[in-house]
Design a protein around this ligand. Structure first.
Ligand SMILES: [Zn+2]
Length: 419
Protein backbone atom coordinates (compact mmCIF):
# COMPACT_ATOMS: atom_id res chain seq x y z
CA UNK A 1 0.00 0.00 0.00
CA UNK A 2 1.63 3.22 -1.11
CA UNK A 3 -0.62 5.78 0.55
CA UNK A 4 -2.44 6.42 3.79
CA UNK A 5 -5.92 5.94 2.30
CA UNK A 6 -6.22 2.29 3.24
CA UNK A 7 -5.38 3.03 6.85
CA UNK A 8 -7.28 6.22 7.49
CA UNK A 9 -10.64 4.66 8.44
CA UNK A 10 -8.99 2.77 11.31
CA UNK A 11 -6.96 5.79 12.39
CA UNK A 12 -10.10 7.95 12.35
CA UNK A 13 -11.81 5.37 14.53
CA UNK A 14 -9.15 6.06 17.20
CA UNK A 15 -10.14 9.74 17.29
CA UNK A 16 -13.65 8.70 18.31
CA UNK A 17 -12.22 6.63 21.18
CA UNK A 18 -10.85 9.69 22.94
CA UNK A 19 -13.57 9.96 25.64
CA UNK A 20 -13.17 6.28 26.50
CA UNK A 21 -9.38 6.60 26.54
CA UNK A 22 -9.57 9.53 28.95
CA UNK A 23 -12.00 7.66 31.19
CA UNK A 24 -9.74 4.61 31.29
CA UNK A 25 -6.66 6.63 32.28
CA UNK A 26 -8.58 8.33 35.10
CA UNK A 27 -10.01 5.03 36.33
CA UNK A 28 -6.66 3.20 36.24
CA UNK A 29 -4.80 6.11 37.84
CA UNK A 30 -7.26 5.94 40.75
CA UNK A 31 -6.28 2.32 41.48
CA UNK A 32 -3.19 2.32 43.70
CA UNK A 33 -0.74 -0.15 42.21
CA UNK A 34 2.53 0.59 44.01
CA UNK A 35 5.10 -2.09 43.21
CA UNK A 36 4.78 -3.65 46.70
CA UNK A 37 0.98 -3.25 47.09
CA UNK A 38 -0.16 -6.73 46.06
CA UNK A 39 -3.90 -6.21 46.62
CA UNK A 40 -3.81 -3.01 44.54
CA UNK A 41 -1.83 -4.73 41.78
CA UNK A 42 -4.43 -7.52 41.72
CA UNK A 43 -7.21 -4.92 41.31
CA UNK A 44 -5.26 -3.23 38.52
CA UNK A 45 -4.67 -6.57 36.82
CA UNK A 46 -8.40 -7.35 36.95
CA UNK A 47 -9.25 -3.95 35.43
CA UNK A 48 -6.76 -4.61 32.62
CA UNK A 49 -8.18 -8.07 31.97
CA UNK A 50 -11.63 -6.56 31.55
CA UNK A 51 -10.37 -3.91 29.11
CA UNK A 52 -8.13 -6.23 27.07
CA UNK A 53 -10.71 -9.04 26.85
CA UNK A 54 -12.27 -7.39 23.78
CA UNK A 55 -9.14 -8.19 21.76
CA UNK A 56 -10.16 -11.83 21.83
CA UNK A 57 -6.58 -13.05 22.38
CA UNK A 58 -5.29 -15.90 24.51
CA UNK A 59 -5.01 -14.22 27.93
CA UNK A 60 -3.66 -15.40 31.26
CA UNK A 61 -2.36 -14.06 34.56
CA UNK A 62 1.25 -15.17 35.11
CA UNK A 63 2.92 -15.48 38.51
CA UNK A 64 6.24 -13.65 38.91
CA UNK A 65 9.34 -14.75 40.83
CA UNK A 66 9.85 -13.53 44.41
CA UNK A 67 12.49 -10.84 44.92
CA UNK A 68 15.49 -11.23 47.22
CA UNK A 69 16.15 -8.19 49.41
CA UNK A 70 18.58 -7.35 52.23
CA UNK A 71 16.56 -6.30 55.30
CA UNK A 72 17.52 -3.76 57.97
CA UNK A 73 19.16 -6.59 59.98
CA UNK A 74 21.50 -7.25 57.05
CA UNK A 75 19.84 -10.56 56.23
CA UNK A 76 18.54 -11.65 52.82
CA UNK A 77 14.79 -12.23 52.72
CA UNK A 78 12.41 -12.72 49.79
CA UNK A 79 9.43 -10.52 48.98
CA UNK A 80 6.43 -11.77 47.00
CA UNK A 81 5.58 -9.64 43.96
CA UNK A 82 2.41 -9.15 41.92
CA UNK A 83 1.38 -11.11 38.82
CA UNK A 84 1.78 -10.14 35.18
CA UNK A 85 -0.92 -10.10 32.48
CA UNK A 86 0.01 -11.99 29.32
CA UNK A 87 -1.81 -12.01 25.97
CA UNK A 88 -0.97 -13.81 22.74
CA UNK A 89 -2.65 -13.41 19.35
CA UNK A 90 -1.73 -15.23 16.14
CA UNK A 91 1.63 -16.65 17.35
CA UNK A 92 2.19 -18.29 13.94
CA UNK A 93 1.97 -15.07 11.92
CA UNK A 94 5.00 -14.21 9.76
CA UNK A 95 5.71 -10.98 11.69
CA UNK A 96 5.55 -11.08 15.47
CA UNK A 97 5.55 -7.98 17.65
CA UNK A 98 5.96 -7.72 21.40
CA UNK A 99 4.09 -4.92 23.19
CA UNK A 100 5.07 -4.23 26.79
CA UNK A 101 4.24 -1.96 29.68
CA UNK A 102 4.00 -2.04 33.44
CA UNK A 103 1.00 -1.80 35.75
CA UNK A 104 2.98 -0.79 38.86
CA UNK A 105 3.78 2.76 39.96
CA UNK A 106 6.30 4.29 42.38
CA UNK A 107 3.46 5.48 44.63
CA UNK A 108 2.89 3.12 47.56
CA UNK A 109 -0.36 2.44 49.35
CA UNK A 110 0.29 5.21 51.92
CA UNK A 111 1.64 7.86 49.57
CA UNK A 112 -0.46 11.09 49.72
CA UNK A 113 -0.74 11.19 45.89
CA UNK A 114 -3.71 8.91 45.12
CA UNK A 115 -6.50 10.77 43.32
CA UNK A 116 -6.35 11.90 39.67
CA UNK A 117 -7.75 15.30 38.73
CA UNK A 118 -8.41 16.96 35.41
CA UNK A 119 -7.10 20.46 34.75
CA UNK A 120 -8.62 23.06 32.41
CA UNK A 121 -5.52 23.09 30.21
CA UNK A 122 -6.03 19.63 28.74
CA UNK A 123 -3.92 17.78 31.27
CA UNK A 124 -4.77 15.13 33.81
CA UNK A 125 -2.66 14.94 36.97
CA UNK A 126 -2.60 11.54 38.59
CA UNK A 127 -0.37 8.76 39.95
CA UNK A 128 0.89 6.62 37.08
CA UNK A 129 -1.12 8.70 34.59
CA UNK A 130 1.88 8.97 32.24
CA UNK A 131 4.11 6.24 33.70
CA UNK A 132 2.61 4.05 32.49
CA UNK A 133 -1.19 3.76 32.66
CA UNK A 134 -1.73 6.23 29.83
CA UNK A 135 0.64 4.10 27.78
CA UNK A 136 -1.45 1.00 28.46
CA UNK A 137 -4.49 2.82 27.08
CA UNK A 138 -2.46 3.77 23.99
CA UNK A 139 -1.34 0.15 23.52
CA UNK A 140 -4.88 -1.21 23.95
CA UNK A 141 -6.44 1.26 21.53
CA UNK A 142 -3.75 0.71 18.87
CA UNK A 143 -4.33 -3.06 19.05
CA UNK A 144 -8.09 -2.56 18.82
CA UNK A 145 -7.65 -0.44 15.69
CA UNK A 146 -5.37 -3.10 14.17
CA UNK A 147 -7.86 -5.86 14.94
CA UNK A 148 -10.69 -3.90 13.31
CA UNK A 149 -8.62 -3.56 10.13
CA UNK A 150 -8.35 -6.18 7.35
CA UNK A 151 -4.52 -6.16 7.79
CA UNK A 152 -4.52 -7.93 11.17
CA UNK A 153 -3.94 -11.49 9.81
CA UNK A 154 -0.47 -10.43 8.61
CA UNK A 155 0.85 -9.81 12.08
CA UNK A 156 0.94 -11.69 15.39
CA UNK A 157 1.40 -9.99 18.72
CA UNK A 158 2.17 -10.71 22.32
CA UNK A 159 1.55 -8.41 25.31
CA UNK A 160 3.17 -8.59 28.74
CA UNK A 161 2.11 -6.10 31.39
CA UNK A 162 4.38 -6.60 34.39
CA UNK A 163 3.88 -5.60 38.05
CA UNK A 164 7.49 -4.77 39.01
CA UNK A 165 9.14 -2.52 36.40
CA UNK A 166 9.62 0.36 38.81
CA UNK A 167 11.80 -1.86 41.02
CA UNK A 168 13.84 -3.24 38.11
CA UNK A 169 11.57 -6.12 37.00
CA UNK A 170 13.22 -8.75 39.24
CA UNK A 171 10.12 -10.96 39.22
CA UNK A 172 9.19 -10.66 35.54
CA UNK A 173 12.70 -10.79 34.03
CA UNK A 174 12.33 -14.39 32.91
CA UNK A 175 8.91 -13.77 31.31
CA UNK A 176 10.31 -10.76 29.44
CA UNK A 177 13.28 -12.72 28.17
CA UNK A 178 10.98 -15.40 26.77
CA UNK A 179 8.94 -12.69 25.02
CA UNK A 180 12.15 -11.30 23.49
CA UNK A 181 12.91 -14.71 21.98
CA UNK A 182 9.48 -15.23 20.44
CA UNK A 183 9.15 -11.89 18.65
CA UNK A 184 10.89 -9.85 15.96
CA UNK A 185 10.59 -6.42 17.50
CA UNK A 186 9.35 -4.73 20.64
CA UNK A 187 7.13 -1.72 21.32
CA UNK A 188 7.15 -0.40 24.88
CA UNK A 189 4.78 2.19 26.24
CA UNK A 190 6.91 4.23 28.64
CA UNK A 191 6.02 7.92 28.41
CA UNK A 192 7.85 10.06 25.89
CA UNK A 193 10.40 12.43 27.46
CA UNK A 194 9.04 15.69 28.88
CA UNK A 195 9.89 17.62 25.70
CA UNK A 196 7.94 15.08 23.60
CA UNK A 197 11.08 13.33 22.30
CA UNK A 198 11.50 9.57 22.42
CA UNK A 199 14.37 7.88 24.26
CA UNK A 200 17.30 6.65 22.15
CA UNK A 201 20.28 5.09 23.90
CA UNK A 202 19.78 4.40 27.57
CA UNK A 203 22.28 3.92 30.36
CA UNK A 204 22.48 0.70 32.33
CA UNK A 205 21.75 0.57 36.02
CA UNK A 206 22.59 -1.57 39.03
CA UNK A 207 21.36 -1.53 42.61
CA UNK A 208 23.68 -2.77 45.32
CA UNK A 209 23.61 -3.30 49.06
CA UNK A 210 26.83 -3.51 51.08
CA UNK A 211 26.58 -5.00 54.57
CA UNK A 212 29.47 -4.20 56.93
CA UNK A 213 29.74 -6.14 60.17
CA UNK A 214 32.05 -5.24 63.05
CA UNK A 215 32.04 -6.19 66.71
CA UNK A 216 29.74 -4.79 69.40
CA UNK A 217 31.17 -3.61 72.70
CA UNK A 218 30.14 -1.30 75.54
CA UNK A 219 31.27 2.20 74.62
CA UNK A 220 32.50 2.90 78.17
CA UNK A 221 33.87 -0.29 79.68
CA UNK A 222 35.22 -2.14 76.57
CA UNK A 223 35.51 0.49 73.86
CA UNK A 224 38.83 -0.86 72.52
CA UNK A 225 37.33 -4.33 72.06
CA UNK A 226 34.71 -2.98 69.67
CA UNK A 227 35.04 -2.77 65.87
CA UNK A 228 32.86 0.05 64.60
CA UNK A 229 30.88 -0.97 61.50
CA UNK A 230 29.59 2.58 60.90
CA UNK A 231 33.09 4.05 60.81
CA UNK A 232 34.21 1.31 58.40
CA UNK A 233 31.18 1.89 56.18
CA UNK A 234 31.78 5.65 56.23
CA UNK A 235 35.23 5.07 54.74
CA UNK A 236 33.71 2.79 52.11
CA UNK A 237 31.17 5.46 51.15
CA UNK A 238 33.91 8.10 50.76
CA UNK A 239 36.01 5.76 48.62
CA UNK A 240 33.01 4.79 46.50
CA UNK A 241 32.07 8.44 45.93
CA UNK A 242 35.67 9.17 44.92
CA UNK A 243 35.12 6.87 41.89
CA UNK A 244 32.69 9.47 40.47
CA UNK A 245 34.40 11.39 37.68
CA UNK A 246 37.10 8.76 37.18
CA UNK A 247 35.41 7.18 34.17
CA UNK A 248 33.13 8.81 31.58
CA UNK A 249 29.57 7.55 31.68
CA UNK A 250 29.81 5.99 35.15
CA UNK A 251 28.09 7.51 38.17
CA UNK A 252 27.60 6.10 41.66
CA UNK A 253 24.94 7.35 44.06
CA UNK A 254 25.08 6.21 47.71
CA UNK A 255 21.35 6.46 48.45
CA UNK A 256 20.61 5.04 51.88
CA UNK A 257 22.45 4.19 55.07
CA UNK A 258 21.16 2.06 57.94
CA UNK A 259 22.68 0.52 61.05
CA UNK A 260 23.87 1.15 64.55
CA UNK A 261 21.75 1.39 67.68
CA UNK A 262 22.13 2.81 71.19
CA UNK A 263 24.99 5.32 71.30
CA UNK A 264 26.67 3.62 74.27
CA UNK A 265 27.37 0.52 72.15
CA UNK A 266 30.02 0.25 69.43
CA UNK A 267 27.84 -0.63 66.39
CA UNK A 268 28.42 -4.01 64.75
CA UNK A 269 26.20 -3.48 61.70
CA UNK A 270 25.99 -0.83 58.98
CA UNK A 271 24.25 -1.11 55.60
CA UNK A 272 24.66 1.00 52.48
CA UNK A 273 22.29 0.90 49.50
CA UNK A 274 23.49 2.54 46.29
CA UNK A 275 22.78 2.87 42.59
CA UNK A 276 25.34 2.75 39.75
CA UNK A 277 24.74 4.00 36.18
CA UNK A 278 26.94 2.78 33.33
CA UNK A 279 27.15 3.45 29.59
CA UNK A 280 28.86 0.32 28.26
CA UNK A 281 29.46 -3.33 29.21
CA UNK A 282 33.13 -2.43 29.89
CA UNK A 283 32.00 0.11 32.48
CA UNK A 284 30.39 -2.72 34.35
CA UNK A 285 33.66 -4.69 34.60
CA UNK A 286 35.50 -1.56 35.66
CA UNK A 287 33.12 -0.55 38.42
CA UNK A 288 32.76 -4.10 39.73
CA UNK A 289 36.52 -4.54 40.02
CA UNK A 290 36.82 -1.17 41.80
CA UNK A 291 34.17 -2.23 44.30
CA UNK A 292 35.90 -5.60 44.79
CA UNK A 293 39.17 -3.80 45.61
CA UNK A 294 37.53 -1.46 48.11
CA UNK A 295 35.71 -4.29 49.84
CA UNK A 296 38.78 -6.51 50.03
CA UNK A 297 40.83 -3.66 51.55
CA UNK A 298 38.14 -3.04 54.16
CA UNK A 299 37.61 -6.74 54.87
CA UNK A 300 41.33 -7.21 55.69
CA UNK A 301 40.91 -5.07 58.77
CA UNK A 302 40.72 -6.77 62.13
CA UNK A 303 37.15 -7.63 63.06
CA UNK A 304 35.47 -6.14 59.95
CA UNK A 305 33.53 -8.23 57.44
CA UNK A 306 32.05 -6.86 54.20
CA UNK A 307 29.48 -8.43 51.92
CA UNK A 308 28.00 -7.02 48.70
CA UNK A 309 24.58 -8.00 47.30
CA UNK A 310 22.80 -7.00 44.10
CA UNK A 311 23.94 -6.42 40.56
CA UNK A 312 23.25 -4.76 37.22
CA UNK A 313 19.61 -5.62 36.54
CA UNK A 314 19.53 -3.19 33.59
CA UNK A 315 22.30 -3.48 30.98
CA UNK A 316 23.05 -0.38 28.84
CA UNK A 317 20.91 -0.05 25.70
CA UNK A 318 23.01 0.97 22.70
CA UNK A 319 21.44 1.53 19.27
CA UNK A 320 21.87 -1.57 17.09
CA UNK A 321 21.35 -1.43 13.29
CA UNK A 322 17.96 -3.17 13.66
CA UNK A 323 17.01 -0.69 16.34
CA UNK A 324 18.00 2.24 14.11
CA UNK A 325 15.77 0.72 11.40
CA UNK A 326 12.87 0.52 13.83
CA UNK A 327 13.42 4.14 14.96
CA UNK A 328 13.34 5.21 11.30
CA UNK A 329 10.09 3.30 10.76
CA UNK A 330 8.45 5.02 13.74
CA UNK A 331 9.69 8.43 12.54
CA UNK A 332 8.23 7.71 9.08
CA UNK A 333 4.83 6.91 10.66
CA UNK A 334 5.15 10.18 12.58
CA UNK A 335 5.74 12.09 9.33
CA UNK A 336 2.68 10.50 7.72
CA UNK A 337 0.58 11.55 10.73
CA UNK A 338 2.15 14.98 11.07
CA UNK A 339 3.50 14.13 14.52
CA UNK A 340 7.18 15.08 14.73
CA UNK A 341 9.25 12.22 16.19
CA UNK A 342 12.86 12.63 17.32
CA UNK A 343 15.23 10.88 19.70
CA UNK A 344 17.37 11.77 22.63
CA UNK A 345 19.74 9.65 24.76
CA UNK A 346 18.81 9.31 28.45
CA UNK A 347 20.36 8.20 31.71
CA UNK A 348 17.06 6.55 32.66
CA UNK A 349 16.45 2.89 31.95
CA UNK A 350 13.55 0.47 31.60
CA UNK A 351 12.59 -3.00 30.36
CA UNK A 352 13.71 -1.91 26.87
CA UNK A 353 17.32 -2.23 28.12
CA UNK A 354 16.81 -5.91 28.98
CA UNK A 355 14.86 -6.69 25.81
CA UNK A 356 17.67 -5.18 23.73
CA UNK A 357 20.23 -7.24 25.65
CA UNK A 358 18.13 -10.34 24.87
CA UNK A 359 18.35 -9.49 21.15
CA UNK A 360 15.00 -7.77 20.59
CA UNK A 361 15.20 -4.40 18.79
CA UNK A 362 12.69 -2.10 20.49
CA UNK A 363 11.34 1.41 20.84
CA UNK A 364 10.49 2.01 24.46
CA UNK A 365 8.78 5.42 24.66
CA UNK A 366 5.67 4.94 22.53
CA UNK A 367 3.39 5.97 25.43
CA UNK A 368 1.83 9.34 26.12
CA UNK A 369 3.38 12.78 26.30
CA UNK A 370 3.49 13.95 29.88
CA UNK A 371 5.80 14.99 32.66
CA UNK A 372 6.60 15.13 36.35
CA UNK A 373 6.85 11.36 36.46
CA UNK A 374 7.70 9.82 39.85
CA UNK A 375 6.48 13.04 41.54
CA UNK A 376 3.10 14.15 42.89
CA UNK A 377 2.83 16.45 39.85
CA UNK A 378 2.80 13.61 37.33
CA UNK A 379 0.55 14.49 34.40
CA UNK A 380 -0.40 13.55 30.88
CA UNK A 381 -1.44 15.71 27.95
CA UNK A 382 -4.79 14.07 27.16
CA UNK A 383 -4.58 14.87 23.44
CA UNK A 384 -1.54 12.61 23.25
CA UNK A 385 -3.76 9.55 23.90
CA UNK A 386 -5.26 9.38 20.36
CA UNK A 387 -2.12 10.92 18.85
CA UNK A 388 0.19 8.17 20.13
CA UNK A 389 -2.39 5.39 19.59
CA UNK A 390 -2.53 6.37 15.90
CA UNK A 391 1.27 6.28 15.71
CA UNK A 392 1.36 2.70 17.03
CA UNK A 393 -1.67 1.56 15.03
CA UNK A 394 -0.16 2.85 11.79
CA UNK A 395 3.16 1.15 12.55
CA UNK A 396 1.37 -2.14 13.30
CA UNK A 397 -0.71 -1.99 10.12
CA UNK A 398 2.33 -1.12 7.97
CA UNK A 399 4.26 -4.01 9.53
CA UNK A 400 1.27 -6.30 8.87
CA UNK A 401 1.21 -5.54 5.14
CA UNK A 402 5.02 -5.68 4.79
CA UNK A 403 5.38 -1.99 4.05
CA UNK A 404 7.83 -1.83 6.95
CA UNK A 405 10.35 -4.62 7.49
CA UNK A 406 12.65 -4.69 10.53
CA UNK A 407 15.72 -6.95 10.81
CA UNK A 408 14.81 -10.56 10.27
CA UNK A 409 11.03 -10.07 10.53
CA UNK A 410 9.11 -11.96 7.82
CA UNK A 411 11.71 -14.77 7.70
CA UNK A 412 9.40 -17.53 8.72
CA UNK A 413 11.94 -20.16 9.69
CA UNK A 414 14.28 -18.16 11.93
CA UNK A 415 14.62 -17.83 15.65
CA UNK A 416 13.09 -14.44 16.27
CA UNK A 417 15.18 -11.94 18.14
CA UNK A 418 18.25 -14.19 18.12
CA UNK A 419 20.83 -14.97 15.50
ZN1 LIG B 1 7.63 3.42 33.61
Amino acid sequence: MGSMTGYSAYLDWIEYQRPRMEALVAAWSAINSGSYHLAGLARMCAALQEAFAGLDAFMEVRACDAMPRVNAAGQVETIALGSALHLVKRPDAPVRVFLGGHMDTVFGQNHPFQVPRRLDDGRLIGPGAADLKGGLVVMLTALEALERSPFAPGIGWEVLINPDEEIGSPGSARLLEACARRNHLGLLYEPALENGLLAGERKGSGNFTVVVRGRAAHAGRHFEQGRNAIVALAEYVRALDALNGRRDGVTINPGKVEGGGPVNIVPDLAILRFNVRISSPDDRQWVESQMDDLEQALGRRDGIRVQRHGGFARPPKPISPANAQLFAAVAECGRLLDVPIAWQPTGGCCDGNNLAEAGLPNVDTLGVRGGGIHSDQEFIFLDSLPERAKLSALLLMRLAVGEVIIGNAADTDDTPGHT
